[in-house]
Design a protein. Structure first.
Length: 247
């Protein structure tokens, strides 16, 4: 799948975050019909092995993006080699940081990514195609006051295919963790979204609830990641118990 073209194809794309590193959870999320899956290697339990399995299981559906545990060149190289459709880089705050990401994530002449043989290259069968196309997506997260201040340069960077806003970490950066409806947080989110639109880049955001996802959809966000597996399970199990007790 050409994830870069997919991001530019228009329309709102609804995904969800998977944190539990079990193939069944990934398969259930895929069968539910989400447009894309966010495999979480930052706060979730995924490593390169379990993320590779997740990408293979999710291959029958929409694109699978993996959020890396950090922005190191080693992490970027190893997770790209598993054959995900794209990587999500957390806590990006400047164009200089994007420069570093690009050097690690892109093959020469655009970057300095070293050559390896793994799932991304079809274990060698798609080696030349992988080098030529480089159709995996680079998605950066803006989650801080500094990131908001530098959002224009980040969004305009030619290595960036999409920006995803982290409203909860952003609120923490303002010193008001969890207060995502605070005026300064709301204004910053709107400002980043507008800058992404001006740069012609897809803009996404995390929504903890379906209600919030509907609001973000109405605001015109391109990518929305709604909920995560652990919270969805907790809410579902709690609703079952409450329904029984009420009866």
């Amino acid at each position: 799948m050409d994830a870069r073209a997919w991001l530019q194809s228009g329309g709102m794309k609804l995904g969800t975050i998977v944190t539990i590193d079990h193939p069944a959870i990934v398969e259930i999320a895929r069968l539910a019909g989400f447009d894309w899956l966010w495999i979480d290697g930052e706060h979730g339990r995924f490593n390169e092995v379990s993320a590779a399995i997740a990408c293979a299981v999710g291959a029958g559906g929409g694109p699978t993006f993996v959020r890396l545990p950090d922005r190191s060149a080693t992490a970027i190289k190893r997770f790209l080699d598993i054959g995900c459709d794209g990587i999500i880089l957390p806590q990006v705050s400047s164009a200089e940081e994007v420069d570093e990401i690009a050097r690690a994530a892109l093959y020469p002449p655009r970057g300095e990514r070293s050559v390896g043989i793994a799932r991304a290259q079809g274990y060698g069968a798609k080696f030349a195609e992988c080098l030529e196309k480089q159709d995996y997506a680079i998605v950066v997260q803006i989650e801080s006051v500094a990131g908001v201040k530098n959002a224009e340069a980040i969004a305009k960077h030619d290595a960036v295919d999409a920006v995803v806003i982290g409203p909860y970490d952003l609120s923490g950066s303002f010193g008001i963790p969890g207060q995502i409806e605070a005026p300064q947080v709301v204004e910053s989110i709107a400002a980043v979204q507008a800058l992404c639109k001006n740069a012609g880049k897809a803009c996404g955001i995390f929504a903890a609830t379906a209600e919030k996802a509907r609001a973000y959809a109405g605001a015109g966000f391109d990518l929305i990641a709604v909920g995560m597996d652990c919270s969805v399970l907790l809410v579902g199990y709690t609703a079952v118990l409450e329904a029984i007790v009420r009866r």
